[in-house]
Design a protein around this ligand. Structure first.
Ligand code: NOJ
Length: 727
């Protein structure tokens, strides 16, 4: 929920602002890096308003360091304005949860919210006030290493996940001692980097920006996000950190956002490299004019705003607006009233936190294939755990784990051994020393382990360093010699369950072909091992669903379900013809000659250990008016023998509109848990506003006409019906 403006708070803020010198105001706009003595001195002089990364992870007494810096601010500086101290608490603090892309696969905003709450509680115990999360950049190109950090390809799913994280980080009361201010990032379009190469240019028509890239930020603002971060990318020729349209006009004016915007790391300075500003002086002016309130790390504001304001080239109003916003968040965080903290032993890695991490890691895993080998609950006396990621604690945490420690991680090998103790033997052979290794010396041992076992759990994928910032890939297959390892192990003739740990959507047709079952676990975090043991051994049924399409080949990228149809859509039966095959005239459609046009698995896909039947789709009416809502429902039955969760998904297509619309758009989803044989009618209420898109005037519009609706298990299937929207 957006916080309501408090008159009392605004009055305190204005009274403080009235006392501030220009230098003190500019100090609030300045975020410095690290807990150095120089920075402490600047804090005492009121020249730094925020710090990023105050202490290293191995700091012996973070609470004392925090309090000493707050003391420099509160007791040392003339007006006693407290610092706001930020850190990248991206998917956990010490208890690491799955990477955010994995969290999105849970389709479970409540659980994601709980995880963010845990992260906030742990981080706040160190004196951290502010996290640079959630990242809500829509990413439709898995080559981009940062696709790991966001909520996937779909604006509705990413919005729900982003808002859930904001609620979790900020809690019910931003002023509570265990709350962090959230920061929705990277505003905006950063995920559309050309070629999937980090920091690269983005070209996004404004309507598309508003329909696809902006909604998750809007959702975070509506959920009350205290701050946003302006991105590195050049957006349509104007860097995001100097972009008046997106910052000043859309975020602050149209949406009425009253928190503050921090630049990404040196992104103001980088407007010089972009070729948008000639020097730091111009960069400072452009960023402040655009609406960036605080500068992260680079010195453009600190060096140039004093003179720019003195000469009247930057109006004082711009500065005051930024200071007001920053102070407002400091007030809302309760920092003026409660600047110091007490040690809170027992918070980090608390058993309840680990239990949440285990639940979320299990909910994130997506079962892609199962020929019946899973769950491994009977008959397996000897299990071979093979692969470079079976026992690789640091890799299992994934990217952006600033404070996560490998020693806290429980790997699948350890968890399987514990779970099967006394029941079955677990042998282990890594096969390869690391995910990227091409050293095949360990293959023989791995093959022998496979031969000597009843079944194989083969842990393949990417190490933690293959995704995240600046870690982009041009290939989407298994790195190193892993394909060879799979082949060798599969040749041993035992059922092979492949568990994929990865920071992105990989293209794995061969893995699918050579295995009995495939479970996509992303990088599942501290409790990934026990969660995987729960799933592999059947204590839990997989319930994750893909938050992105999985491609067949990197050449299909960008690949996302909400595409436009084109004038010549490929037909389903056109499965790709060998290169060089002469085309029949009817085959002049939008497809490839050498790979199918469809993904290997569509968005929303995921199997369980049960089966579900959808039937009796019903609409409340064949037509609705502009102010009406439509109720769509379907009977869902668990037709299998196990309790399981089905993620029921509602999609819509606007059949003909004044601007072409995607072939399908996710509008809503529900996780439904049913016992064997149990049946329930699942109901969705679709408001006409959910059918809106931005017209050429950049205003939201809902056009009368025919709509098609699907309720089903993923973006490629479902029962469908049509309805009309009438004027
Ligand atoms: C740069 C990254 O782009 C951003 O996501 C992060 O929050 C900042 N650095 C601070 O570490």
């Amino acid at each position: 929920m957006r916080p309501r403006r408090s008159r009392k708070l605004e009055a305190r803020l204005e009274a403080l602002l009235a006392q501030m010198t220009l230098a003190e105001k500019l100090g609030q706009l300045n975020q410095a890096h690290g807990g150095t003595p120089e920075n402490k001195a600047l804090v005492g002089q009121g020249r730094v308003g925020s710090l990023i990364n105050l202490c290293p992870t191995d700091c012996p007494d973070p609470v004392a360091v925090y309090n000493s810096f707050q003391e420099a601010a509160v007791k040392g500086s003339r007006l006693g304005i407290p610092l706001i101290i930020g850190r990248d608490v991206i998917h956990g603090f010490r208890t690491m949860f799955p990477i955010p892309l994995g969290q999105a696969a849970s389709f479970d905003p409540d659980l994601v919210c709980q995880a963010a709450r845990v992260a906030a509680t742990e981080a706040a115990s160190w004196g951290i006030n502010w996290t640079f999360a959630p990242m809500v950049d829509i990413a439709r190109d898995p080559r981009w290493g940062r696709s790991a950090e966001g909520g996937g390809e779909d604006p509705v799913l990413a919005s729900r996940m982003g808002a859930a994280m904001v609620r979790g980080f900020q809690g019910d009361d931003l002023g509570a001692p265990d709350s962090l201010a959230a920061c929705a990032k990277h505003y905006v379009g950063y995920g559309a980097a050309e070629g999937g190469r980090d920091y690269n240019t983005t070209l996004i028509p404004e309507g598309y920006l508003r329909d696809v890239y902006l909604p998750p930020f809007r959702a975070c603002v509506e959920a009350g996000a205290a701050t946003l971060m302006s991105a590195f990318n050049d957006l349509n020729g104007v860097p995001a950190s100097g972009n008046e349209l997106t910052l000043r006009r859309i975020l602050k004016k149209e949406w009425g956002f009253d928190g503050f915007v921090v630049s990404d790391w040196a992104s103001i300075d980088e407007m010089i490299s972009h070729g948008y500003c000639a020097n730091r002086r111009e960069a400072a002016r452009a960023a402040l004019r655009a609406g960036v309130d605080m500068e992260m790390v680079s010195p453009c504001y600190a060096e140039h705003l004093p003179d720019l304001v003195a000469r009247g080239e930057v109006p004082l109003d711009w500065v005051d607006d930024a200071v007001r916003r920053i102070l407002r968040i400091k007030f809302r965080l309760g920092l003026f009233d409660r600047p110091f903290i007490e040690p809170r032993p027992g918070v980090l890695l608390n058993p309840a936190h680990l239990a949440t991490a285990r639940r979320l890691a299990a909910a994130c895993c997506v079962l892609l294939k199962n020929d019946g080998v899973l769950p491994l609950d009977c008959g397996v006396r000897k299990l071979a755990a093979i692969g470079p990621l079976a026992d690789a604690p640091a890799e299992q945490m994934g990217c952006w784990t600033v404070d996560g420690l490998a020693r806290d991680v429980v790997t699948p090998l350890a968890a399987l051994r514990e779970a099967l103790a006394g029941r079955a033997e677990v042998t282990y052979a890594p096969g390869l020393p690391g995910a990227r290794s091409t050293d095949t010396a360990g293959f023989a041992e791995a093959v022998a382990a496979a031969r000597g076992a009843d079944a194989v759990a083969l842990f393949l994928g990417e190490d933690a360093g293959m995704s995240g910032e600046a870690h982009c890939r041009a290939f989407l297959d298994l790195p190193g010699a892993q394909a060879g390892l799979l082949e060798a192990v599969a040749a041993a003739g035992r059922p092979v369950v492949v568990v994929v740990m990865a920071g992105r959507a990989l293209a794995l047709p061969d893995v699918l072909a050579k295995s009995s079952a495939v479970l996509y676990a992303w990088h599942p975090g501290t409790m990934g091992g026990p969660a995987l043991a729960d799933l592999l051994l059947g204590a839990e049924s997989p319930s994750g669903r893909l938050p992105v399409c999985l491609p067949r080949h990197v050449g299909q990228i960008p690949l996302y379900y909400a595409k436009r149809n084109t004038g010549r859509p490929a037909r389903d039966e056109e499965r790709g013809a060998p290169a060089g095959t002469p085309l029949d005239p009817k085959d002049f459609t939008s497809r490839y000659m050498d790979v199918e046009h469809t993904p290997l698995f569509p968005f929303g896909f995921g199997l369980t250990y049960s089966s579900f039947e959808y039937k009796e789709l019903q609409l409340s009416s064949p037509a609705i008016g502009r102010d009406d809502a439509l109720t769509a429902s379907i009977r869902l039955t668990n037709t299998g023998r196990r309790e399981a969760v089905e993620v029921v998904q509602l999609y819509v297509r606007d059949v003909a509109a004044s601007l072409t619309r995607p072939v399908r758009e996710l509008k809503d989803f529900q996780r439904v848990r049913l016992g064997p044989g149990e049946s329930r009618r699942v109901e969705f209420v679709l408001r006409s506003s959910q059918l809106a898109f931005h017209g050429p005037d950049m205003k939201l519009r809902v056009e009368a006409g025919e709509f098609r609706l699907w309720i089903g298990p993923d973006a490629a299937r479902g029962d469908s019906a049509t309805f009309a929207l009438t004027d």
